[in-house]
Design a protein around this ligand. Structure first.
Ligand code: PXG
Length: 316
């Protein structure tokens, strides 16, 4: 496998970063996880936009224009003769000294790994995942905004350690106020009857969303994902699923919800580049709905599959 490393394609064994690279020393850098399906890169432009936005948020100037990074991604895939791949695009602050001052790092390190994708076993797509709500809270945006896809994943890894200890597959993280934020490496959605929100009223406690919450009550079933303001990454799969829902006539909203709302949901699923759309059937040992992957979840999963086959930037 060839790796793109600072402008060159080099063998995997030779692709090494310096121990003085601030990406390693401080987690000072950003990345994207991207996928290609049958020779087409899914939502490449959106991933590049997010990469440049993350860079801007940490005052990192990527030394190449977007077009060159795009071309580097495609070139690396071609060099490895890949059609269905996982692409890891990483930009670190680069080599500096042992102080954390980013001004000591004159040149960002850029590398692109393209490889076969490792997926959840098929049985999880069929039967659904079992998850827990982790004690580890999602970073607050005023400290380290989860909208920045940074190399600093220790917050998520701490949650993941809890997941491993409990012997399940994923962890749901809440923000500091107790609203559901996202999973450790995926976004979260719930499906419920509109009556649930009318009865419960918990949604309304986040005042900025009251109007949208009441709007959302007009229809029968709704699909809900936390807004990015609740400490979630603006996932590219999440965005695609919101649009697919709309195109299928399924009401979809970005609204805050609590762990209680999650326990009481009819359906739940996670979205992410690696996981795509994957059902969740148990939270903290309790069944979600009837404990089986839900109807709307399966519709959206199908819709997403079709979209990945239809759309994308051609590699060849
Ligand atoms: N939230 C977090 C915290 C993530 O890391 C997502 C949501 C979903 O975003 P996209 O844009 O992929 O729909 C992610 C996904 C992996 C892996 O190998 C995935 C991610 C990061 C690191 C590893 O599964 N990001």
């Amino acid at each position: 496998m060839l790796i793109y490393f600072d402008g060159k394609l080099i063998p995997k064994e030779e692709a090494k970063v310096s121990v003085y690279d601030h990406g390693l020393l401080y987690g000072d850098g950003i990345f994207e996880g991207i996928r290609s399906y049958d020779g087409k890169v899914f939502r490449l432009e959106q991933h590049l936009d997010r990469l440049y936005n993350s860079a801007q948020a940490i005052a990192l100037k990527i030394p190449l224009p977007k077009e060159e990074i795009r071309e580097a991604v495609l070139k690396t895939l071609r060099a490895n003769k890949l059609r269905d791949a996982y692409i890891r695009l990483v930009v670190t602050r680069g080599i500096g000294d042992l102080g954390l001052d980013p001004r000591k790092c004159p040149k960002p390190t850029i590398f692109i790994i393209t490889d076969k994708i490792v997926l959840y076993p098929e049985e999880f797509y069929k039967n659904g995942l079992e998850v827990i709500v982790t004690k580890t809270k999602r970073n607050i945006k005023e400290a380290l905004n989860p909208e920045i896809k940074s190399l600093n994943y220790l917050n998520n890894i701490l949650a993941r350690i809890e997941v491993n200890k409990r012997g399940c597959q994923e962890g749901i993280m809440t923000n500091i106020e107790g609203y559901v934020a996202e999973a450790t490496a995926d976004n979260i959605f719930i499906v419920r009857n509109k009556d649930a929100s009318a009865k419960g009223g918990e949604l309304c406690s986040a005042s900025a969303f009251i109007d949208r919450a009441s709007e959302a009550r007009c229809h029968n079933k709704e699909v809900i994902t936390p807004p990015a303001e609740m400490e979630a990454l603006r996932g590219i799969t999440r965005d695609a699923v919101l649009k697919i829902a709309e195109s299928l006539g399924i009401e979809a909203h970005e609204l805050p919800f609590t762990v209680k709302d999650l326990y009481e949901a009819d359906e739940c699923f996670l979205t992410g580049t690696a996981a795509e759309v994957i059902p969740v059937v148990k939270v903290d040992g309790k069944d979600i709905g009837d404990g089986k992957p839900g109807e709307i979840t399966l519709k959206l999963k199908e819709g997403f599959k079709k979209l990945t086959q239809r759309e994308g930037t051609p590699i060849y």
